[in-house]
Design a protein around this ligand. Structure first.
Ligand code: HEC
Ligand code: HEC
Ligand code: HEC
Ligand code: HEC
Ligand code: HEC
Length: 181
């Protein structure tokens, strides 16, 4: 990188070089930073939940923990009450499973945090998409149901184009007022 800039310096003035260097630096440093800023900060969780163990090995349905996914706007996240059904007594042999039982015994509410959060002005409902349009979770959430650790950010970025592209394909509404309140 440096000698390319030096060779260029032979042909163009130093001012141009400084500007060019600045542009290159901004491109190298700024683009990843901007990408992270657009995706939002990493989301912390109280324990290292393992979807794969619970969905494939224990064959729990998504609705077991995301209770309202077919009936409401929000599908809901599980909390201590759901985890206690099994982890009130020790399960398996891993340290993290043992920690879940300890946290529950100490009265921790196990508050999980959302990865995707629509802005206030957007209206979205799971009922319409899951129960009526019968769309798979993966289309919008990627393969989170088989992750072994909580992802730090949403696996799929749902911006307005993402919603609009599917609505156009499937003849669903493109009316601003359907999604914006
Ligand atoms: C058409 C896209 C789409 C599909 C299909 C979809 N979701 Fe979502 N999901 C979203 C959006 C958008 C949000 C954020 C909602 C908000 O913040 O208002 C979300 C949020 C969530 C949340 C966080 C809690 C909440 O309700 O805000 C969970 C859990 C979730 N979805 C689970 C599921 C499961 C399980 C399925 C399949 C049965 C599913 N979703 C199918 C778009 C989708
Ligand atoms: C239906 C029973 C059941 C429910 C409900 C349940 N678990 Fe588990 N969980 C298990 C069993 C059994 C294991 C041990 C599996 C193994 O080690 O093979 C386990 C393992 C774990 C582990 C260790 C994973 C690993 O990578 O070793 C964590 C963490 C965990 N559960 C968290 C939770 C949390 C958090 C909840 C609530 C949101 C929950 N579980 C709900 C039965 C359950
Ligand atoms: C035993 C409980 C349990 C089961 C069963 C379960 N989940 Fe989850 N789910 C969680 C927990 C706990 C979190 C938060 C921690 C994490 O992301 O791992 C979560 C988070 C999510 C999120 C992130 C939502 C957001 O944006 O905040 C999605 C999407 C999701 N689950 C989809 C699924 C799908 C799809 C299935 C079925 C294939 C499923 N889950 C089955 C407990 C469960
Ligand atoms: C993969 C396809 C798909 C994606 C992605 C999708 N939708 Fe939809 N959406 C549909 C379909 C199909 C319907 C019509 C369902 C029905 O028959 O009621 C619908 C219906 C709706 C409705 C009800 C509209 C009405 O007629 O009142 C709203 C609101 C909506 N979607 C918002 C959103 C938002 C917001 C997003 C992005 C976060 C989104 N959708 C992403 C397929 C999709
Ligand atoms: C199918 C749902 C849907 C429809 C229809 C829709 N929007 Fe959006 N719009 C969204 C979502 C979701 C966001 C939030 C995107 C994000 O947070 O990245 C958004 C964001 C916006 C924003 C905020 C700026 C931004 O990019 O975040 C404006 C302004 C906007 N929409 C205008 C419109 C107008 C005007 C129309 C009609 C031509 C329209 N929208 C139709 C889903 C929709």
């Amino acid at each position: 990188m440096r000698h390319v800039l030096e060779r260029l310096a032979g042909r163009v003035g130093t001012r141009t070089l400084v500007v060019l260097g600045g542009v290159v630096l901004a491109a190298v440093v700024g683009v990843p930073a901007l990408a992270i800023a657009r995706r939002g900060p990493a989301v912390p969780q109280p324990v290292a939940f393992n979807h794969l163990k619970h969905t494939e090995q224990l064959e729990l349905s998504c609705e077991f923990c995301h209770q309202y996914v077919r009936t409401s706007a929000h599908s809901g996240l599980p909390d201590a009450a759901t985890c206690s059904l099994c982890h009130a007594t020790p399960q398996g042999t891993s340290d993290e499973a043992a920690r879940v039982t300890e946290l529950l015994a100490a009265g921790d509410p196990l508050r999980f945090n959302k990865l995707v959060r629509m802005p206030e002005h957007v209206f979205y409902t799971h009922r319409r998409h899951v129960a009526i349009a019968e769309l798979d979770c993966e289309i919008c959430h990627g393969a989170i149901g088989t992750t072994e650790r909580p992802p730090r950010r949403a696996l799929v970025r749902m911006d307005m184009d993402f919603c609009m592209d599917c609505h156009r394909e499937r003849d669903a509404t493109l009316d601003c007022n359907a999604c914006h309140r």
